[in-house]
Structures are given as C-alpha cells and as structure tokens.
Design a protein around this ligand. Structure first.
Ligand SMILES: NC(=O)c1ccc[n+]([C@@H]2O[C@H](COP(=O)([O-])OP(=O)(O)OC[C@H]3O[C@@H](n4cnc5c(N)ncnc54)[C@H](O)[C@@H]3O)[C@@H](O)[C@H]2O)c1
Length: 328
C-alpha cells in the first residue's frame, strides 16, 4: 500500500505518519504499508524521531497550489491519501488570496490527480469545527448542522467537504472528511491558527513560560488529543463506505470544555512539575474568531463509528508530558 500525506511535515501529518509506521498495515484490503510520501512546502520546526530514518518514508517539498507540482507527486499510484495541507484559520483571515489558492485550488488539483488514477483510492480530507459559525448556529452542533462559517478558512473547509462528497458520489475516489476540533497539545511553537493559544496554555507553562490567554476563560470549545486525532483519521480511512453513507463528513469525538477547565486540568496532570503562569491578555481579533466557533459538539455519530477519544483532559496532558517532555 502506498500512502500520500499532504501537509505531511505538519503537526497532525507527522502524527499520522508515525502511527501508520508503527502499525505497519492499515485495515484496508489487508495491505501492508510499502511507502509513505510526506509532501509539504515548508520544513517543520522539528521532525519526530524515526520518521525520516524509516526506509518506507520519502519526503517531497513543493507548493500544493501549483498544479505541476501536484501532478509530479502522482508518478506513484497511491491507495490512501490524507489531505492535511492547509492555510490555517488566522492566516486565512489575513491573506484571503493565499487561502483560496492553497485550500481550494490545491485541493482541486489534488483531487483531480487522485481521480485520474482510477483506482477508487481512499481519501481523508482534514476539515474543522471552524466550518460552523454564524448567527443561526445552535448551541450544540452535530454532523447535520448547517455550516455557515465566519472565516475564509471555514468556508474553504466546507467546500472541501462538499467536493469529497461529490467525488465519492461520482465514484472518482472513496472519500471521507474528518471534522477536527482543536487538537491539543501542539508541540514546539505556536502556529497561525487562532486557536493556537489553546495548546500554548498547556505547553508554555510546562516549559516554565507564561501561557497567554487572549479570550475570556469561560470560552468553551471542543478539543481532542493528538493521539486520538491521528487514530481517528486513520480509522475513518479504514471504515467501510457503507458505514458512512452519502454524507462523508464526520465530526471527530471531542471534549466540550472551557479554557478555565483546560487550565485546571494542566495543574492536576502536571503534579509537582514547576509551571509557568497563565496571563490573561485579551486579543480582540483572536477572541472574535474563537467566539464565532461552536461551543459544543455532539459527536455521537463519530463515536458510534468507533472513532476514539481519550478518557479525560488530564490523560491528554499526561500523553504530552510522556511523548514530548519526558521522552526528550
Ligand atoms: N491542529 C488543529 O487544531 C486543527 C483543528 C481543525 C482542523 N485542522 C486541520 O488539520 C490539518 C492539519 O493541521 P495541523 O495542525 O497539522 O496544521 P499544520 O500547520 O501543523 O500543518 C499543515 C501543513 O500544511 C502545510 N502547507 C501549508 N501551505 C501549503 C502549501 N501551499 N503546499 C504544501 N503544504 C502546505 C504547512 O507547511 C504545514 O506543515 C489542516 O488541514 C488543518 O486545517 C487542524
């Protein structure tokens, strides 16, 4: 089996690659993993140990918004494609044209190449709870809630989901969209996502630094740990198409928690470790984006499909300490 991961040098892309390498095979026609191609347009802040050293992995650097580059990736025929490359939320608000090129043009170029393979490949597109928003958004969203996002990023994710549904309906590929909640805890450095501070409120204090909170601590938002996100995206790729039906977009399970509850979980899970402080410093632009997102996600459909979630926020923090602090 050959796997392509776009955004493969990113946070979630590397976690999926690591998990695929660890498993050695996916439950798709019982095929063992021969090759994983990680494509990205930027070197990551760091590569996780073992990824690039693994003989099954190759990396390719180029811009997915360039059709020639995307075509060049398809000298190989891929069985599974995880499409994660994206301009993220905050960046999309400051550069509309870039978000359109990368998130829409890049997605279409990629999907056309997958279609041209004519092998009904499995495709998982990374969407987001940021695809919801607007005045009419209910207090709790689920997989059937109307999507009226209030960011360019969210709009591009809705279009990506609709493309996945239609390319699947036409039999061009066998697609699925994973609607990700905010993924915690991102290691390394903040990114340009408006939700970046949420990982920062765990990561920075654990590094002995201040975690800046740009929103009201009562703000509630759906979150999930990175291990469950990677495993959930892989599980979605493995699911029989009949389980998904005609709407291929599935909300990953999530904890619906306030920023304050996350700060409290950090203190509990950190035990005796020295922690930096949480500093409240409101940022109107970030707060406006985050407040436009759903506060509560009902993810019953994803749970019924067997998509995983941790048992508690504390467990997510413990994983982060094990994977990124104690391991180094
Ligand atoms: N992390 C989260 O909290 C979260 C939440 C909801 C949805 N998502 C979605 O999940 C996916 C992965 O998120 P992540 O946290 O790993 O983000 P990330 O920023 O770490 O990874 C995205 C990768 O895409 C790459 N990329 C950007 N523009 C590109 C281009 N023109 N050509 C090729 N590659 C390009 C970036 O270099 C980056 O490595 C994204 O699609 C994101 O929108 C993430």
């Amino acid at each position: 089996m050959k796997i392509l991961i776009t955004g493969g040098a990113g946070f979630v892309g590397q976690r999926i690659a690591m998990e695929c390498l660890r498993r050695g095979e996916l439950d798709i026609a019982d095929k063992s993993i021969e090759t994983i191609v990680l494509t990205d347009n930027a070197d990551p802040p760091f590569w996780h140990d073992g990824i690039r050293e693994d003989s099954r992995v190759t990396t390719s650097f180029g811009d997915i918004s360039g059709n020639h580059y995307v075509q060049s990736l398809f000298n190989d025929q891929f069985d599974v494609i995880f499409h994660l490359a994206s301009i993220v939320s905050g960046h999309g608000e400051t550069d509309f044209d870039l978000a359109m090129r990368v998130n829409l043009d890049g997605t279409r170029y990629l999907f056309e190449q997958v279609r041209a393979q004519e092998n009904n490949a499995r495709v998982v597109f990374a969407s987001s709870v940021a695809s919801f928003g607007g005045d009419g958004m209910p207090d709790s969203i689920d997989d059937n809630t109307k999507q009226t996002p209030r960011t360019t990023y969210g709009m591009t994710k809705v279009i990506g989901e609709l493309l996945v549904n239609d390319y699947s309906r036409k039999g061009f590929f066998d697609g699925r969209s994973a609607r990700l909640p905010t993924v915690i805890v991102r290691p390394g450095k903040p990114n340009l996502a408006a939700s970046s501070f949420i990982s920062g409120l765990f990561r920075e204090p654990l590094n002995g630094e201040n975690g800046v909170i740009p929103v009201d601590p009562s703000l509630q938002t759906p979150v999930l740990g990175y291990r469950s996100v990677a495993n959930g995206i892989i599980k979605l790729a493995e699911l029989d198409p009949d389980v998904l039906g005609t709407d291929r977009a599935v909300g990953l399970p999530a904890f619906n928690v306030s920023v304050q509850e996350m700060m409290d979980a950090l203190k509990r899970a950190a035990g005796n470790r020295h922690l930096g402080e949480h500093v409240l410093k409101r940022d109107e632009a970030i707060a406006a984006i985050c407040e436009s997102w759903p506060k509560h996600a009902n993810t019953k459909r994803g749970l019924e499909m067997g998509l995983p979630m941790e048992s508690s926020l504390d467990e997510i923090v413990t994983h982060y300490i094990e994977d990124y602090l104690d391991a180094s």
